[in-house]
Design a protein around this ligand. Structure first.
Ligand code: SF4
Length: 490
């Protein structure tokens, strides 16, 4: 594989979604750990398709690494690559660009990052986004650090290098106390696998067991693929240091009220993962149930916008009694990225990826269930396709509240001006999309669906929901410095 990024271009369909930007995975105590890591990353590919990397340690051959653009399956199945990654300790990362270079990426921005310290080397893979990275980088450069990448994660390596602590885990603690924002980290030394979650636990991280070895993963679905057993979630604010002797749990940060990303339930995590003991699929189905209660409408069919709208559409159908149908079919063989389309093909847009099942739709009043509306461009095109196929009415039901604010915690969001809900009311969006009705689940309804029976606690929200509410649990200080206007206090 080349060291240059291929001409990847987000398909227009995917460009109108929020995008999770990283997945992390690590294994200690399993022969040829890199093979497990490659499989784990493959199961986490939905969290980042642009590039991936694996670092391993072997007592005879030291640290080795491979970083590649493209899908995990395209590089990390090749014997030529995997033979260069020996050892029973390995970590890996898949990415879409978070901070670091947007647009054409550089291989130097692909994680895991590696640092050589006087007490040995360490590699680090990060899911999330550091909200004070610009300020930290400025300070570190002024003090002599030489950065190799444009990634926020590299700040952690430089902060570790400047720490006066003796051990690598202690240096990492020191470094992370200076870091603000969201981080779920998997790191390794020559003998240790380390996992850390930020004090609010914004992004997920779970612990598993495979044979006599240990696993850290962004999601439980990646434990399943290697036959690992789920042990527990890493707690918000917890650091685990894992050796052959077992798992040591540390609490290096000041305690805080957890604020897990509620959008993981709606869209980012895979439906076959478990979060907080709940099935992601079941939560999404329950969102559909809540949506049917909050926003009923007379219609003939409930159709998901595939694939992510499917569980909520099933829930809506079950609660409303309106039949469920696959009125829109996704072309499974169109990848999530589309390489250099011609202008003619680009103009076909959503039709390349989705097709309407005319025989089902013609003459019907159709409820379309989607997970979110971001820019609204895709929703408009889908509506046109469904009307072209002869639908009598089109009603949109959305399984998340209006996305009116950008995320600064490891999710790629358009600038606020590009978010449809930032400048339009629900009725204005309905008119803009030209549909018969448009309803979003309420924030309280979403909280009920994720298991908070009393809904959102406005005085102390149980989750991060900043992209809906504009209430940021960690001040995005770099963005404020660059002119981002926070929501005015009510
Ligand atoms: S702002 Fe939205 S997407 Fe970002 S962490 Fe919070 S809930 Fe998740």
């Amino acid at each position: 594989m080349p060291d240059q990024p291929p001409a990847f271009r987000a398909h227009p369909f995917d460009d109108d979604k929020l995008r999770e930007e990283c997945g992390v995975f690590g294994v200690l105590g399993a022969a040829d750990a890199a093979n497990f890591v490659a499989l784990g990353l493959h199961a986490l590919q939905h969290r980042g398709q642009e590039a991936g990397g694996i670092v391993t340690y072997d007592p005879d051959q030291g640290f080795n690494s491979a970083r590649r653009f493209g899908y995990v399956r395209d590089s990390f199945t090749s014997p030529d690559v995997m033979q260069t990654l020996p050892g029973s300790l390995a970590i890996g990362h898949v990415r879409y660009s978070t901070s670091g270079s947007k647009g054409p990426s550089q291989i130097r921005d692909v994680q895991p990052f590696f640092g050589e310290f006087s007490m040995g080397g360490a590699a680090i893979a990060h899911n999330g986004n550091i909200t004070n990275a610009v300020a930290l980088r400025r300070e570190l450069i002024e003090r002599g650090s030489i950065f190799q990448s444009s990634s926020d994660t590299e700040c952690i390596i430089h902060l570790m290098a400047r720490s006066l602590q003796k051990g690598i885990p202690e240096r990492m603690e020191d470094a992370l106390r200076r870091v603000e924002g969201a981080f779920s980290i998997v790191a390794m030394t020559r003998t240790k696998l380390i996992g850390v979650r930020d004090p609010l636990g914004v992004r997920p991280l779970v612990l598993g067991r495979v044979g006599d070895g240990w696993v850290l993963s962004s999601e439980t679905c990646a434990l399943d693929i290697i036959g690992a057993d789920f042990v527990r979630e890493i707690d918000p604010g917890e650091m685990v240091v894992i050796t052959q002797k077992g798992v040591e749990s540390l609490r290096p940060f000041r305690p805080a009220r957890p604020r897990f990303c509620i959008f993981e339930h709606v869209y980012f995590s895979r439906p076959d993962s478990m979060i907080g003991g709940r099935s992601v699929y079941e939560t999404r189905r329950q969102i559909g149930v809540e949506l049917a209660r909050e926003a009923p409408v007379e219609a003939d069919l409930v159709c998901p916008v595939p694939d992510s709208g499917t569980p909520a559409a099933i829930g809506y159908s079950q609660e409303s009694g309106i039949p469920f149908a696959m009125g829109i079919v996704r072309n499974q063989y169109m990848g999530r990225t589309f390489i250099e389309p011609t202008e003619q093909i680009r103009n076909m847009g959503v039709r390349l990826k989705l097709n309407v099942n005319r025989a089902l739709i013609r003459g019907k009043r159709v409820i379309l269930v989607d997970d979110s509306v971001v820019r609204g461009t895709t929703s408009r095109k889908i509506k046109e396709m469904v009307l072209d196929a002869g639908a009598a009415e089109v009603h949109f039901r959305i399984a998340s509240p209006p996305t009116a604010w950008p995320c600064f915690y490891g999710v790629d969001t358009p600038q606020r001006e590009k978010l449809l809900a930032a400048s339009m009311s629900e009725e204005e969006m309905r008119r803009h999309l030209a549909v018969d009705s448009l309803r979003f689940i309420s924030l309280d309804g979403l909280y009920r669906a994720v298991g908070e029976a009393a809904g959102r606690n406005d005085a102390a929200p149980q989750y991060c929901d900043a992209c809906f509410s504009g209430e940021y649990p960690v001040e995005p200080s770099d963005m404020i410095e660059q002119g981002f206007a926070m929501k005015a206090a009510e």
